[in-house]
Design a protein around this ligand. Structure first.
Ligand code: FAD
Length: 494
């Protein structure tokens, strides 16, 4: 029996990844504690009336990151789920009868750009060759660094790499150097919205996301995104991780600068030699630790730029819908005022952009026959007052637009409806200010400037997940778990 016991808090992508990497060594026993009664954190799923709804992520980007994860354990993604590449990758609705279907094939993608801006295909080649380089250095190297010291970056060749990666230029400026057509600009700026800020405030390093979008493609795991979690849980169990659900942690007990026990809400105390917290960083730092051991102050957290929260609707519709693809971005209103309502003057937006996912377009298993599974997402500022009347107001506002723009009645065919917003993110995940996606990847919140993955005062306490390195999103969270596991193995001789 291994003599050391590592306790991981939270069964999101990051916690599952950290626990499995550690257990794989066979040099420690690993227990994973999850407050909810099912795994996956923000990527949970639920079933109702024959529909299966993914609760959070719906875009499967960067397939190489998932392949690499399973390959590390001698497995293949296909051992756990079947992947389909979507074509069109997604559609963008700019207005009534003004829709772009984004082709998966590069040649067709270029043709589409060429019709909008003559010469754009050649410009795309130049744009993508830089994006490819950034992807290679960024995803295959930089994101795997724990970012605990500048010395990690003190190699001349890496310095050259970093300088070539447009860290100090905004994504908005970068895109405009290549393209002038408004639709192309909106198309190429859209992926950085995943990073929790607008293109004006995201470094051009992240054009690597365009490489992921255009070259690596948009994929879908059959039966839904939660299949990834199912696969990860099955792998973790194979590696003998003891996963306990409905096991909410109430305190990390520290004695003489070491986390010695975890106290659950039930009162049970669990001995620990190392603790990795994959729950929201702010919750762990502020509520699970004696304040003397917190890494950061309230003031620090209040100054962070959080990625948005969201208002979500999970809808079951009792007919097949037309004019909708698997992923649909509704950009029929300008982004400026909506971004202002998220970042500058937090408020409920007047005319929000929104996103609709209809996985039943691709996958007949997620809705009863002849029906449609509809997921609506409106990005919102964190910390807004979230009330039932407000949710209903936005439901009507969005559904009216959805019906008008796709030319069909939907509301009268809704047979299942559930909404989800700030107060749910707080209740379910202890999310700081009800955030959905953690911290934004602005320049001042990148790499060394992110909340550290190690506690400065507690020798054996580490953090993982979307609020620490490398950042928000499923692939970064998977990587975050691996990075922290490596640090723990190194520092605790595992
Ligand atoms: C609506 C939505 C859409 C998204 N869309 C995409 C997308 O399309 N593509 C993409 O790549 N990313 C997407 N993301 C982001 C992605 O889902 C997250 O970045 C990722 O899932 C975060 O994983 P995590 O492990 O860091 O955190 P979480 O998934 O939040 O896991 C943390 C876990 O800790 C548990 N926990 C909290 N407190 C305690 C406690 N005291 N005791 C025990 N357990 C506790 C929580 O219950 C949770 O299970 C989306 C997120 C949301 C919310």
């Amino acid at each position: 029996m291994p003599s050391k016991h590592v306790v991981v808090i939270g069964s999101g992508f990051a916690g599952l990844s950290a626990a499995t990497h550690l257990a794989d060594r066979g040099t420690c026993a690993v227990t994973l504690l999850e407050k909810n009664d099912s795994p996956g954190g923000r990527a949970r799923a639920f079933g109702a009336q024959g529909f299966t709804f993914d609760m959070g992520p719906s875009w499967y980007w960067m397939p190489d990151v998932f392949d690499r994860y399973f390959a590390h354990f001698g497995k293949k993604t296909t051992d756990y789920y079947e992947l389909l590449r979507l074509d069109p990758s997604y559609s963008v609705v700019f207005g009534e009868n003004d829709v772009l279907d984004i082709p998966a094939e590069l040649a067709q993608y270029k043709e589409m750009l060429e019709t909008l801006q003559p010469g754009a295909a050649k410009q795309l080649d130049r744009f993508l060759s830089q994006a490819r380089y950034k992807y290679q250095v960024g995803i295959h190297d930089l994101v795997h660094r724990p970012c605990r010291s500048v010395l990690e970056f003190a190699s001349p060749s890496l310095l050259v790499d970093v300088l070539q990666m447009d860290i100090f230029q905004s994504m908005a400026k970068h895109v405009r150097k290549f393209f002038t057509h408004d639709k192309i600009i909106r198309l190429l700026e859209f992926p950085v919205l995943f990073l929790g800020e607008t293109a004006e405030n995201i470094p051009a390093l992240y054009s690597l996301m365009n490489y992921a979008d255009i070259i690596l493609g948009t994929w879908y795991p059959k039966k839904g995104m939660h299949e990834i979690i199912r696969g990860m849980v099955s792998l973790a169990e194979e590696k003998k991780v003891a996963i306990r659900y409905s096991a909410e942690v109430e305190e990390i007990e520290v004695t003489a600068g070491e986390a010695k026990h975890i106290r659950l809400k039930s009162g049970e105390r669990i001995q620990a030699d190392v603790v990795i917290a994959g729950a929201d960083y702010h919750h762990v730092d502020k509520y699970l630790l004696n304040p003397a051991y917190s890494n950061y102050s309230d003031d620090y957290w209040d100054k962070r730029v959080l990625a948005p929260s969201s208002l979500l609707f999970y809808l079951g519709v009792n007919k097949k819908l037309k004019n909708l693809r698997h992923h649909n971005l509704f950009f029929d209103e300008p982004l400026g005022p909506h971004a202002d309502a998220i970042y500058k003057n937090p408020r409920w937006p007047e005319k929000p952009l929104f996103y609709t996912c209809v996985p039943s377009v691709t996958d007949s298993t997620v809705a009863p026959e002849g029906m449609e599974n509809l997921f609506l997402l409106i990005p919102l500022a964190p910390d807004l007052e979230d009330s039932e009347p407000m949710r209903e107001k936005y439901y009507d506002l969005i559904m009216e637009r959805l019906e008008r723009l796709t030319g069909q009645e939907i509301r009268s065919h809704v047979v299942f409806k559930r909404s989800y917003a700030h107060s749910d993110f707080q209740a379910d995940y202890h999310a700081f200010k009800g955030n959905a996606y953690g911290l934004a990847n602005t320049l001042s919140q990148t790499a060394l400037l992110k909340p550290s993955l190690k506690n400065k005062k507690v020798r054996n306490l580490y953090y993982t997940g979307q609020l620490t390195v490398p950042g928000p999103g499923v692939p970064p969270s998977l990587i975050s778990g691996e990075v922290v596991a490596r640090e723990v193995m190194k520092e605790h001789n595992l």
